[in-house]
Design a protein around this ligand. Sequence first.
Ligand code: NDP
Length: 694
Amino acid sequence: MEREVTDILESYVRDAWWAPDAGASSVAVLDASTGEVVTHVSTSGIDLAGALDHARTVGQASLGALTFHQRALLLKEFAVALTARKEELYELSKRAGATVRDSLNDVDGGIGVLFTYASKGRRELPNAQVYLDGPVEPLAKDGSFLGRHVYSRLPGVAVQINAFNFPMWGALEKFAPAFLAGVPSLVKPATPTAYIAEAWVRILVKTGRLPAGSLQLVSGPVPGLFDHLGLGDLVGFTGSASTAAGLREQAAPGVRFTSETDSINASVLGPDALPGTPEFDAYIKQLLVELTTKAGQKCTAIRRAIVPSAAVDAVVDALRGKIAERVVVGDPHAEGVTMGPLVSREQRDEVLRAVAALQESGGRVVVGSTDAPDVLRADGTTGPAPDGAFVAPMVLAFDGDAAALPDAVHDVEAFGPVASLLPYRSVDEAADLVGRGGGSLVTSVATADPSVAATLLARTAAYNGRLLFLDRDDAPTSTGHGAPVPHLVHGGPGRAGGGEELGGIRAVLHHMQRTAVQGSPAMLTALTGVWHQGAASRSDKHPFRKPLAELRIGDQFASPLRAVTLDDIETFAHFTGDLFYAHMDEEAAAANPFFPGRVAHGYLLVSWAAGLFVDPAPGPVLANYGLENLRFVTPVSPGDEVRVVLTAKQITPRETDEYGEVRWDAVLLNQRDEIVATYDVLTLVAKTWDEVDA
Ligand code: NDP
């Protein structure tokens, strides 16, 4: 890094770097491979209440001044800044045992989350501060009383307590949605990798673009923190189930607490995925990746490989072969190392204890060994490394009926390169085994047989946050069993913590309160910035002549009526080739319960509507990029007349472009003012337009 990790790690509170009192008691953080001291961590003397207060006042105010799109663009700037310095982050991560391939998950994965939210925030959220959920609910017959659901940001602080295994990804997957929602974050990294969290925070601070109070970092213990939390605050926790349980109890009523904890994830080899099939090969490859990436220290790693009993030996042989061929255990600083140590010797001891517990309950180590492995050291020599936290990849096989397998295989999480191999005899038995994990983050299934997949989906979805079906078609492009993607929900029921993270905009909404709002059309229009049917409108000038600088919601154009003839219907039918009987055959159409006889094509009416509302001369409207929510309500017969009313409903200026999006409310009516069709027209409109120069 530009700055060496110091003797004692600084925290970032109240928009300044903060160092603990000189001589304060601290915890040493050691290099995972060599045991050398990397840094010390301490929070002695820190003002946690002050930090929370700063977030709630300064952080809330600075984020509140920005729209979703402005926050999204800042996330993109942060992602770009981190990308420029990711090599330094890889280098630093090696000290925690991460190979560069591991850092693709942590460093690049974290940056990817920022980019994804930067993009989703601008595509899926309005350029505003509230988010509307679902359609308008008419609550009075005459349209004067409406209801709808509105999300607004929580007024507090998002406390993010992270696990040691993903100091970047794990932190950024919480920070990005909180930031986008407009809620300031207080990040508490896990001590063993706190220096990596400090490094990415330092890069973000260095950009000079962090809104004041929007991000704080507290490295070290946080005693009493929960005493200061209340309604409007959130806690997002990742780590052990026992810590989660303790903290959940400490959280005051009203604090939103989500946790993501131990998970005894499963991977099922389908009965059809026999040796020699592409699904078998994909299964073995995936198992190897999950065992060795981050040395198995992934909340999503495969802990239970559930395989047909007849395939157990083949799986063991194939995995042994792959490990011999591919896995080089050692210090990630050494060229050629493919699996690093665990994060600390404490974690190594913990993993060996878990393996011993699995052995005691009947597990046989069939791949690898519990002996300390010889490793490739940073200087290129090979041999023991007693000061490092190394363990070999291991698989334990269990025998016997699925129902009689010991509870330990479903309970004990060896948080390292360790998996149990469990035999099954029927797909139902495999499903039972998956469920006995008590709730998992993810289960993968290698099968090309949709009926196997359907049974497992029906039987196991309720026990999992995510299911991955691996077959020959998606195996080459699959993002993998252990890789949560920002677009999809990450989290799982029961033992996995019961929380949900990521899942695209869902994660942003977790930081917001959904409130049902009732009122008149005018009031809802004023409150939401979206025009509601029944609110005031203005028809001073054709709205297509108004650039965004001039256009206001409620600006309206109402066309005259246009007659519909049988000739028109015939012409449209032959021109487009749409000779459907409802338009062409009087007798057949009349026999249809929905039509009085031949009727006009819905698309003819929508096309006419465009002709009726358009202002054709060059102007600020640049493009029509689609229609949404199109519904045909009343059929139109020859002899009827139609007209259209077009109203500017929502205006979304784009931050970085010279134009924005305008959503128009379109209503087609007949000569009796019955609604013929309703839809939204989506256009791009220039921010400015000079009629004189045009
Ligand atoms: P912990 O639950 O002990 O720690 C997780 C986070 O909680 C760390 O940031 C830790 O900080 C913090 N923490 C601990 N106690 C408190 C407290 N009283 N108040 C506030 N924060 C607290 O898990 P570990 O990191 O020690 O890992 C232990 C086990 O957890 C692993 O062996 C594994 O089984 C499981 N685990 C599961 C993960 C998952 O993603 N599902 C990820 C990592 C671990 P500090 O480090 O400073 O103590």
